[in-house]
Design a protein around this ligand. Sequence first.
Ligand code: SF4
Length: 242
Amino acid sequence: MKPDELDRLTVQINKDHGKLPTLELLDAMINGTFPGKIALVSSFGTEAALLLALVADVNKATPVIFLDTLKHFPETLEYRDKLIDRLGLSDVRFIQPEPSAIKAADSDGKLWKRNPNACCYLRKVVPLEEALSGFTAWINGRKRIHGGDRAELEAVEHDGRRIKVNAMARWTQEEIDAEWKRRDLPEHPMVPFGYTSVGCKPCTALPKPGEGKRSGRWAEFDKQECGIHTVGGPWDDPSGGI
Ligand code: SF4
């Protein structure tokens, strides 16, 4: 879809559906506007279960993309499998980077230390772009309460290629906690140890005291996003800094 078409469609969807409750928005997007052409991208991290449950309520066969960077905590992989089973999701796709690309750019597995943007490009941005080919839209779990670039999120935007549905953009922490409890969803196994946001193992630490839930992500670097949500960032740089 061309950028001006994406602009027009984004405005129209926000006008027609942007203020709907999340379940109704998801139903409109999954079953109405983009049937068979929309996927959920999930990290199966500390907050992921609720959006996965809402999507499963709407359509358990919705494609779900999990970026298996080969750097995840084993706890995340176990939790992923537990949630898939519990929610009855029938089309979860585990997407890994190409072995030849890893061999060429990260043969020692330490690229995250030398150049985390390049590592995210290699292990997340490129695989996701390939996994999303054929889809017109994707759903993600970013929220305004995460702060930073996310503080002004609208329900629907686009990334220059596809429509992005920020289905839980306006949820407060209290609303999330209440719905999580009501559904009796399991917590990520690292939450009891104090982790509030869990990504790849080398780039995840405990949150810094008094700072946001994502402050333990890339804690040693001036980096807040992996690049899959950054228009004009690594996604748009074919070299990705590699
Ligand atoms: S989060 Fe870290 S290990 Fe994972 S892809 Fe990005 S830089 Fe690499």
